[in-house]
Design a protein around this ligand. Structure first.
Ligand code: NDP
Ligand code: 8X3
Length: 252
C-alpha cells in the first residue's frame, strides 16, 4: 500500500495533527491549505522526518485543485490516503439572522470544495487500489440538529451521505471510504466560527474536556492503516463530557 497521505486543511487543527501523526509513522505528506506560511513551517518541522510536498490551495477553486493534483511530483503522486478535512462553520446565530454570504461560504467550502478534491484525487486512489482510503471529515452536526447549526450541519450531512454513496460506487476497487464525525474538539474551529472571538472560543472549551486535534488524528491514522478488507463506514466520536439535550419546546 502507498504510504502517502494527501491532507486538505493541514494548516491547523485536525489536519495539522494528522500531518504529524502520519509523519511519525513514516508516511510521505502532501499538505494543503490557504496559509502558505503555516505550510512552510510544517515542512520545516516535518521535512527532516519524511518527504513533504506543500500546496497553497483553496479547495473552492476546482481548477486549482485539479492542477495541483495533476502536477504532483514523484513520489507524491502515488496516494494511499486522502483526508478531506478542510472546512469551516460560520455564523453560530439562528438561521433567520445569518448573512446569506456565510451560508454560501460554508457550502462552497464544505460541499463544493470537498467534492472538488475528491473528484481530482480519486483517480490516484483507484491507481493505488486495495487499501487506499478516503477519510472524509464530517461532524456530529451532520447527524444531530442543534440551534445555530443550519447550513453547517446540513453540509456535514452531505459529507456523510456522499461518503456512503461513494462506497457503493467504489465497491470492488479496494478503495475504502470513511466519514469520521467528531463532536466538540478544541482547534481553531470556534475562533473561525465566531470570527476571531478568542474569549467566546475559550469559553466554549472552558471547564470541560473537549476532544483534541491529536485524538482525531490518531483515529484517522487507525482508519487508514486498518487491514485492507475492513471499511469503517462512519465513526462518530464525542468527548465523554458531551451528550445530547432534551427536545426543545416552545411554551406560552
Ligand atoms: P481549524 O479551523 O483548526 O482548521 C480548519 C482547516 O481548514 C484549516 O487548515 C484551514 O486552512 C482549512 N480551510 C478552511 N477553508 C479552506 C479553504 N477554502 N480551502 C482550503 N482549506 C481551507 O478547524 P478543525 O481542525 O476543527 O476543522 C477541520 C475539519 O473538522 C472541518 O471540516 C470541520 O468542519 C471539522 N470538524 C471540526 C470539529 C471541531 O469541533 N473542531 C468537530 C467536527 C468536525 P486555511 O485557513 O489555511 O486555508
Ligand atoms: C463541529 C462540532 O458540535 O460544534 O462540527 O457541531 S459541533
Amino acid at each position: 500500500m502507498e504510504k502517502c497521505v494527501f491532507i486538505t486543511g493541514a494548516t491547523s487543527g485536525f489536519g495539522r495533527a494528522a500531518a504529524k501523526r502520519f509523519a511519525q509513522a513514516g508516511w510521505s505528506l502532501v499538505l494543503s491549505g490557504r496559509r502558505i506560511e503555516r505550510l512552510e513551517a510544517l515542512k520545516e518541522t516535518l521535512g527532516d522526518q519524511v518527504p513533504v510536498h506543500i500546496i497553497a490551495l483553496d479547495v473552492r477553486d476546482a481548477e486549482a485543485v485539479q492542477a495541483a493534483v495533476d502536477q504532483l511530483p514523484e513520489p507524491f503522486n502515488r496516494i494511499g490516503t486522502l483526508i478531506n478535512n478542510a472546512g469551516l462553520a460560520l455564523a453560530p446565530q439562528a438561521a433567520q439572522k445569518v448573512d446569506l454570504k456565510d451560508w454560501h461560504t460554508m457550502i462552497d467550502t464544505n460541499v463544493t470544495g470537498f467534492v472538488n478534491v475528491t473528484h481530482a484525487v480519486m483517480p490516484k486512489l483507484l491507481e493505488t487500489g486495495e487499501g487506499a482510503t478516503i477519510i472524509n471529515v464530517g461532524s456530529v452536526a451532520g447527524q444531530w440538529p442543534y440551534p445555530g447549526s443550519h447550513v453547517y450541519g446540513a453540509s456535514k450531512a452531505f459529507v456523510k451521505q456522499f461518503s456512503y454513496n461513494l462506497r457503493c460506487d467504489l465497491l470492488g476497487t479496494g478503495v475504502r471510504v470513511t466519514d469520521i464525525a467528531p463532536g466538540m474538539a478544541e482547534t481553531e474551529f470556534t475562533l473561525v466560527r465566531t470570527r476571531g472571538d478568542q474569549a467566546a472560543s475559550d469559553a466554549l472549551y472552558q471547564g470541560t474536556t473537549a476532544l483534541s486535534a491529536e485524538d482525531i488524528a490518531e483515529q484517522m491514522f487507525y482508519i487508514a492503516t486498518l487491514p485492507p478488507h475492513i471499511n469503517f463506514n462512519r465513526v462518530e466520536v464525542m468527548p465523554t463530557r458531551q451528550a445530547w439535550s432534551p427536545f426543545a419546546v416552545d411554551r406560552d
